[in-house]
Design a protein around this ligand. Structure first.
Ligand SMILES: C[S@@+](CC[C@H](N)C(=O)[O-])C[C@H]1O[C@@H](n2cnc3c(N)ncnc32)[C@H](O)[C@@H]1O
Length: 277
């Protein structure tokens, strides 16, 4: 294991960097591998996460019209196909353990990671429900001109199976249909990348749009249910969860990203409190 990952692991298991006023939601700076054992089995209603894609490997992309190297951080470097798959299997096995029967898991990714994630989900016994295609209307151009412009990400949605009616997964079908002009919602969703308003507290290199996560949570959970994100980044999952009235637990290994997450969570909590007043 590279030195960076080893020292990051030692920096784990701290008290929360942020806790909501009602004590029901928190963000902890630390390594998901050391934090998972502290969560009880069957205690989480939903996981929404955006794990490392393993794509910061010396390639280039187009940023603000210029060629730039893809370097999102040491956490995003591939350790080889077998090690990357073992990593995915390990955290997905923990998600399986902590999810209640009928609880669901959403995992976003590009082709660098979702094939491994999907394989691990099948190996672990998750029931795949949907592969949501997130279409980006404004993707960066493909400078290499050797393949099509990458304009999508995949979000795999899967359930932890269980017995009986209580273990049926939640799908708020009517709400999704109403949101889609009273027609069944398809699995192809169009959302722009987060704009300046969602980056007002700082930038995360792989920040996800709030509207996208909010839809997933509204579709698959009830108000007050508990959402986990083991790779929280700037806490987009947390902000979305608070906005739609769900509880949140998030973990983030990087100190800078965790500080950004705390700023965003504080603002989300304030906004929510004003809305309820
Ligand atoms: C793809 S980003 C998530 C971005 C997030 N969805 C957002 O909107 O900001 C993955 C995050 O996982 C964090 N991370 C990587 N390895 C981790 C680990 N072992 N434990 C906890 N967090 C980790 C990285 O620092 C990074 O911020």
């Amino acid at each position: 294991m590279p030195a960076a990952r080893t020292s990051e692991r030692r920096a784990s298991a701290r008290r929360p960097a942020w806790t909501s006023a009602d004590g029901a939601s928190r963000l902890v700076r630390g390594d998901q591998a050391t934090l998972f054992p502290g969560l009880a089995a069957d205690s989480i209603d939903c996981v929404w996460t955006d794990p490392p894609y393993f794509l910061s490997n010396g390639g280039t992309t187009c940023k603000a019209g210029r060629r730039a190297s893809v370097d999102k951080g040491g956490w995003d470097r591939s350790q080889g196909i077998a090690a990357d798959h073992a990593f995915n299997r390990a955290w997905l096995a923990e998600c399986f353990r902590v999810l209640r029967p009928g609880g669901t898991l959403w995992v976003s990714g590009t082709h660098h990671v979702y094939l491994s994630v999907g394989m691990a989900m099948m190996e672990l016994g998750f029931r795949l429900l949907n592969d949501i295609v997130w279409e980006k209307p404004n993707p960066p151009p493909n400078l290499g001109c050797r393949c099509f412009t990458h304009a999508t990400e995949m979000i795999l949605w899967a359930a932890k199976p269980g017995r009986g009616a209580a273990a049926r997964h939640t799908f708020n079908y009517a709400e999704m249909k109403a949101e889609n002009g009273d027609r069944q919602m398809k699995n192809v969703w169009r959302f722009t990348a987060p704009g300046a308003d969602e980056k007002a507290h700082g930038k995360h290199p792989t920040q996800k749009p709030l509207a996208l996560i909010e839809r997933c949570l509204r579709a698959s959970t009830a108000p007050g249910e508990h959402v986990l994100d083991p790779f929280a980044g700037s806490a987009s999952t947390g902000v979305a969860a608070l906005t739609v009235g769900r509880r949140f637990t998030g973990w983030e290994i990087d100190a800078g990203h965790a500080r950004l997450a705390v700023r965003r969570l504080c603002e989300a909590e304030r906004t929510q409190a004003e809305r309820e007043r």
